[in-house]
Design a protein around this ligand. Structure first.
Ligand SMILES: Cc1cc2nc3c(=O)[nH]c(=O)nc-3n(C[C@H](O)[C@H](O)[C@H](O)COP(=O)(O)O)c2cc1C
Ligand code: SF4
Length: 481
């Protein structure tokens, strides 16, 4: 399956041709013709939470499905964190999702906090140390590098031992069907939710001791805290009203503040959503599940009862963050489980996905637009934008444009950090890219873990391309055709 119904950005021979494509989709968006390198906005430092962040590139959290089964890093995990350090990006958002409990892992090979605090501290020190070593070795100073750790509980999408082991915030016909739930047995009780605040605080204390500058209280991509933000149908103190749905988040922040004073807190937020999508069995194209059982249950955060994106509640939430002393915010959209095209725009879908229902460039524009709206509404927040990898050759041109116009503070890079980690360094040093290494959004890094293999850039990273897993992946993809 390919997305060749739409012209990918890399097919345009010039920035002028790409600009034409972009502006035809939405004239409010544009790209800079000339890159300014480190002398331009991408190279400008920014002070946040008392620390100087040396440039405007941010490595997004990118999980590898390659940790040990007790939650520690393997050589591959360390290698990925070294790549993040080599990138030259001065903000590293979490490295990857770190589960605050073993049973809150999304897969058996996710980094996690087990019973042994000492082991967790050693693991986190090793990861951060490797990232810093690689940063220094690539010629960058450490004093303006800011690294956080992303704290998560996978909630509905938990699979700590492999099989689905969901812990849910609410009942929802379609979502329950996807994780094979038929009753209330997986619902978190209120007291269980309350207790989680201490797990987050424990992880934060260890992250602080290990030297991380901040922790991200992850509220995105369908995982527990994100699901809770949309749990209008839940009864009791954690459901229904906005006040109730944000209660656990506030309790976590308070618990972290008490246990790890001085540690900065960030939030990665799925700031809007789109209706749950599925694959049309005839065309293979994604479509909203209108009319199917449960599809109409109002679920999600930043989406109204009619399925339209709405910033009413997200802006209220983001304004409340200021009152909680939180300034670092990383904006993303939706969830890879319900709307992968919106969450990570791609030319080629992962094995559990569907052909793009819209030009993926429009999906990128959705990210850019909502980021602009938030930055305009709450300018004091330091905002990381998402969704840039699909832009390929023209990523730096759009990034520089958005920064120069003040629409965003940091350019978050996800998949491109797997295929081409030195992208930020190259853009800043020589205002140019090595075209052979640009992520073409082929989605193997998502397909592999869906098939039980570690994630990585199988097409472009030599270590993965030559691995035994690459052969297995090729065979599995062949079988699926
Ligand atoms: C293999 C893979 C692993 C990811 N792991 C995480 C993660 O641990 N935490 C998170 O918040 N997002 C994760 N994401 C989402 C990315 O951070 C990012 O939002 C997404 O890839 C879109 O950005 P891009 O277009 O630059 O790739 C992951 C994405 C991929 C493809
Ligand atoms: S496998 Fe490589 S080229 Fe494909 S989406 Fe992932 S990083 Fe990009």
């Amino acid at each position: 399956m390919s997305g060749d119904r739409y012209v990918p950005p890399g097919h345009h021979r010039s920035v002028a041709a790409f600009r034409e494509h972009l502006r035809a989709l939405d004239p409010a968006f544009d790209a800079d013709e000339t890159l300014l390198g480190a002398a331009g906005p991408l190279g400008a430092p920014l002070r946040v939470d008392g620390r100087v962040i040396g440039n405007r590139f941010c490595v997004q959290p990118m999980e590898g499905w390659d940790a040990t089964t007790d939650g520690g890093p393997t050589a591959r995990t360390l290698r990925r964190w070294a790549k993040f350090g080599r990138s030259g990006a001065k903000l590293v958002w979490g490295g990857e999702a770190f589960a605050v409990r073993l049973d809150g892992r999304a897969n058996p090979n996710q980094l996690a906090l087990g019973d042994d605090d000492g082991a967790a501290l050693a693991n986190l020190r090793a990861l951060l140390g490797e990232l810093q070593r690689a940063h220094r070795e690539a010629g960058f100073a450490l004093d303006d590098l800011v690294v956080g750790l992303q704290l998560t509980h996978s909630g509905r999408w938990s699979r700590p031992l492999g099989p689905k082991a969901p812990r849910t915030a609410l009942r929802h016909a379609e979502l329950d069907r996807r994780v094979e739930i038929a009753d209330d047995s997986t619902l978190f009780r209120d007291d269980e939710l309350d207790a989680l605040a201490l797990d987050y605080a424990r992880a934060a204390v260890i992250a602080k001791r290990a030297g991380f500058a901040f922790v991200d209280v992850k509220c995105c991509h369908g995982y527990l805290l994100h699901e809770l933000l949309g749990a209008r149908g839940r009864r009791g103190p954690h459901g229904g009203s906005f006040e109730n749905r944000t209660r656990l988040f506030r309790a976590i922040v308070a618990a972290i503040r008490a246990a790890a004073p001085g540690l900065a807190i960030g939030v990665r937020l799925s700031v809007i959503d789109v209706p749950i999508h599925g694959k049309d069995q005839t065309s293979g194209i994604g479509r909203p599940l209108d009319g199917e059982p449960g599809a109409a249950d109002w679920y999600g955060f930043g989406i109204d009862a009619g399925g339209r994106p709405s910033l009413d509640e997200p802006l209220r939430f983001l304004r409340e963050l200021r009152g909680l002393g939180i300034r670092l915010v990383n904006l993303t959209i939706g969830s890879p489980y319900t709307c992968p095209h919106a969450q990570r725009p791609a030319a080629y879908p992962p094995s559990d996905g569907y052909l793009p229902p819209e030009d993926p460039l429009l999906s990128v524009i959705r990210h850019l637009r909502v980021t602009r709206e938030v930055k305009r509404a709450v300018p004091e927040l330091a905002i990381v934008g998402t969704g840039y990898s699909y832009l390929q050759e023209w990523l730096p041109h759009v990034a520089q444009h958005e920064l120069r116009e003040g629409h965003v503070d940091f350019i978050g890079l996800g998949r491109s950090m797997l295929s081409y980690p030195e992208l930020p360094a190259d853009v800043l040093r020589s205002a140019s890219l090595d075209r052979r290494r640009i992520c073409r959004t082929l989605s193997d890094c998502t397909t592999a873990p869906r098939k039980g293999l570690p994630s990585g850039c199988y097409p472009l990273d030599p270590e993965y391309r030559s691995s035994d897993e690459a052969k297995v992946l090729a065979r599995l993809k062949q079988d699926a055709r």
